[in-house]
Structures are given as C-alpha cells and as structure tokens.
Design a protein around this ligand. Sequence first.
Ligand SMILES: Nc1ncnc2c1ncn2[C@@H]1O[C@H](COP(=O)(O)OP(=O)(O)OP(=O)(O)O)[C@@H](O)[C@H]1O
Length: 254
Amino acid sequence: MTADTADILKVEGLTKTFGGLSANEDVSFSAPRGAICGLIGPNGAGKSTLFKALLGVHKPDRGRIIFDGIDITDISQQKRCRLGLCCTFQISESFSELSILEAVMVGAYSRTSSRAKARTDALVAIGEVGLTDLAHLRYSELNVFQRKKAELATALATNPKLLLLDELFAGCSLHEIAELIDLIGALNQRLGTTFIIVEHVLHVIMSLCSKVIVLESGRILEIGTPAEISTSPVVLAAYLGEDYDVDEHQKFGR
Ligand SMILES: Nc1ncnc2c1ncn2[C@@H]1O[C@H](COP(=O)(O)OP(=O)(O)OP(=O)(O)O)[C@@H](O)[C@H]1O
C-alpha cells in the first residue's frame, strides 16, 4: 500500500452493528492531511462509534481504515497511537492527584521510556496550550477550561499526526470556546496536526473546519464545506425536521 500524500485518513465502507442496530453503515470518507474536519450529526448518529473504530476501541464488522498509507483496521490502539493517531481523553478520578506535568507525561511516555525525555516533551506540550505557569498544579485543582487544555496537552504529548477531539468544547463558556477555537487553529497551523472534531457546538465546526462529514442513523448524509453543509436541505431536515423553513434557518451554525 503506497501512502496517499493528500489524505492522511481514508475510511472505506466501515460498518459496525450492535445486535440488530447499524451504528455505522458503509461509512466512507477521507481527511486531507493538515485539515481540520468536522464530524457532526444528531444524537445517536454514530459519531462516537466511528471515533472508537478509528481509535481501535472496537473492531468494525466490515470496511477498512487507512492511516498515513497503512491499513490500521486490525492493529491495536497503542500501535495506532505510536503511528500518530490519537484522541483527547478525560483524566480519570484516579489520576486527579497528579500535577498537570505528571498527567501530560503519561501522554509523552507513549513514545519514550526516558523520564527526562517525557518531562521535556510534556513541558513543550504544556507550553503549546498556554499552561506553563500552572504545570505544577494538581488536576483536581483545575477548572473545567484548564482541564480541557491539559487534556489537549496530554494528547499533543503523544506527537499526533491526526488528533480526534470528542466534544472538547462541552461545558465551556462562549469566551472559553472562542479561546479554544483560536488555540486549535493555531496548533493546526504551527504543528501541521490534522484534526477531526466531533462537536455539538456547531459554531465551532463552522469556524474551524474546511470539510464537514454529516452522519445520520449511522450513514453518511452529506460531505462538504461548512457553507455547503449549512445550506444543504438534507442536513437541515435531519437537524431541524422535515418542516424546516430554509429562509428562517439560513443562519444555521452561526
Ligand atoms: N456498545 C454499544 N452497544 C449497543 N449499542 C450501542 C453501543 N454503542 C453505541 N450504540 C448505539 O449505536 C448508535 C450510535 O451511537 P453513538 O454513540 O455512536 O452516536 P453519537 O452520534 O455519538 O451520539 P451522541 O451525539 O448522542 O453522542 C446509538 O443508537 C447507540 O445507542
């Protein structure tokens, strides 16, 4: 398999069923290298199931996942992470007495066994998200917004090529959302990291993404630019119901 330099990720015909329910049905899309892509859809559309398949949390029934030219469909989560496919994850309660530095070092240890190197890499990642002055604080002492940034730093410390953000913005104020949008945009520019973002705050998707994938009932409903998605009759109908008024909802997502 030769690497497709244009697309860092290709998903081909991914299907995952739970009992009789198709959580993902023949899902195919690609993510261009260096892009910020959005994955949206109503509740239960299959977004988390798709992320879990990408991360290797569960195995799809059918289909293939090609990451950076490599078929990763059957390889472990740890190996995917080492290849550069990672997500943000909430620090569990059992880790809450760790300092930010120690928590972010957990991410850095995915690519080194050297404590000194993990510490250096963690400090770089902490700097990237602007938490250097708080690096010594315990996780339990942080507010929601600081935790989000620390989770982002932990993921960055794995040195991802593709970072999946699953509702990173949830629980943030409008001001904090604006700051996180700027931060993700800056990281994308500075580090070249590709992002795929699952987010219910559509303003985030419309502000950051160049490509949006819309899922509904496990299937791809539409793929396009934010402008195309925000005026797509099928997308509007999926979100707003069959009786939506296009003129009334032309500011969808703003
Ligand atoms: N482990 C599981 N066992 C059984 N059914 C599941 C499982 N995980 C997900 N599902 C079902 O698959 C469908 C898709 O769920 P999924 O969580 O992927 O949707 P989602 O788009 O992430 O939803 P939300 O926006 O509410 O988080 C739902 O009907 C859900 O109940």
